[in-house]
Ligand binder design. Structure first.
Ligand SMILES: NC(=O)c1ccc[n+]([C@@H]2O[C@H](COP(=O)([O-])OP(=O)(O)OC[C@H]3O[C@@H](n4cnc5c(N)ncnc54)[C@H](O)[C@@H]3O)[C@@H](O)[C@H]2O)c1
Length: 253
């Protein structure tokens, strides 16, 4: 364990698995207290145990990012316990299955759910946590996707909308010296992505990268660590792609 983020607090939504777990471990192992928020209780318990095994500390909170009431309750709990919040990582998201197959025929209820989780939840949570983020002159990281650059699916559209919010949030939160940055991963090996993308499509997408290795959850967590560190403190209002150069070949998701 290192102490780079000792005394800092980091909240990770979707911290029960995949990229969120990697973020939790990266910050926890560097001394931050990690607050996990997710709907998957068992996964959160596993992440908490992993953070603690790495020498860090964590708390776990059930919160459905589609629910305004649950977001408000989470924020109330966090504000009471942590008057300063250094980093909010809006990572929870729906990205596999029907949401990633197109956008016609979904109907209003599904659209509202996808937009609630992937787009509005991050905005509402950041708004609710603003006092603690302001006290720390903190950082909001919105988890976007390379799919946001080619919004041919409901998923890509929800993330493209989140990119727009990221710019608006950077502007609006600047009054409190809070930065807001998006990270747009390419194809990263997480259990959900590996299960959700057919093997031939996985190999095709991987073959489009300029970097000839598999992108990992740690690649994304490392970007977040950089952004939250003094070395990254002049970066604001950007959507940063981390896709092994996939964009050069036009994505073709
Ligand atoms: N893995 C990739 O290749 C990739 C690429 C681009 C973007 N992303 C984005 O990164 C994020 C994490 O991806 P991952 O691969 O780790 O996925 P994942 O499915 O493993 O993790 C997502 C987490 O979000 C949680 N979650 C889902 N709905 C929720 C809700 N309503 N409220 C609270 N939590 C909820 C899940 O329980 C899960 O723990 C997502 O936003 C995804 O869109 C992933």
């Amino acid at each position: 364990m290192t102490d780079t983020f000792c005394g800092r607090t980091v909240l990770v939504t979707g911290g029960a698995a995949g990229l969120g777990r990697a973020h939790a471990l990266a910050f926890g192992a560097r001394g931050a207290h990690v607050i996990l928020a997710d709907i998957a209780e068992a996964g959160m318990a596993e992440t908490k145990a992993l953070v603690e095994a790495a020498g860090g500390s964590a708390s776990a909170h059930c919160c459905d990012m589609a629910s305004e009431a649950e977001i408000a309750a989470l924020a109330e709990t966090v504000l009471a316990a942590h008057p300063r919040l250094d980093v909010l990582i809006n990572n929870a998201g729906l990205h596999m299955g029907e949401i990633a197959r197109g956008f016609f025929g979904l109907g209003q209820a599904k659209w509202q759910h996808y937009l609630a989780v992937n787009t509005l939840g991050p905005v509402l949570l950041a708004e609710a946590l603003r006092p603690a983020l302001a006290a720390a002159k903190g950082l909001i990281i919105n988890k976007s996707s390379m799919a946001s650059y080619q919004p041919a699916t409901a998923y890509g559209i929800t993330k493209a909308c989140l990119n727009v919010f990221t710019h608006a949030m950077a502007m609006q939160f600047a009054a409190d010296e809070i930065r807001c940055v998006g990270i747009a991963p390419g194809l990263m090996e997480t259990p959900a992505a590996k299960d959700g993308v057919a093997e031939d499509n996985w190999q095709r997408l991987k073959g489009m990268q300029l970097v000839r290795r598999q992108g990992t959850a740690e690649d994304i967590a490392n970007m977040a660590v950089f952004l939250a560190s003094p070395e990254g403190s002049f970066v604001n209002n950007q959507i940063l792609l981390c896709d092994g150069g996939n964009q050069m070949r036009g994505f073709r998701i």
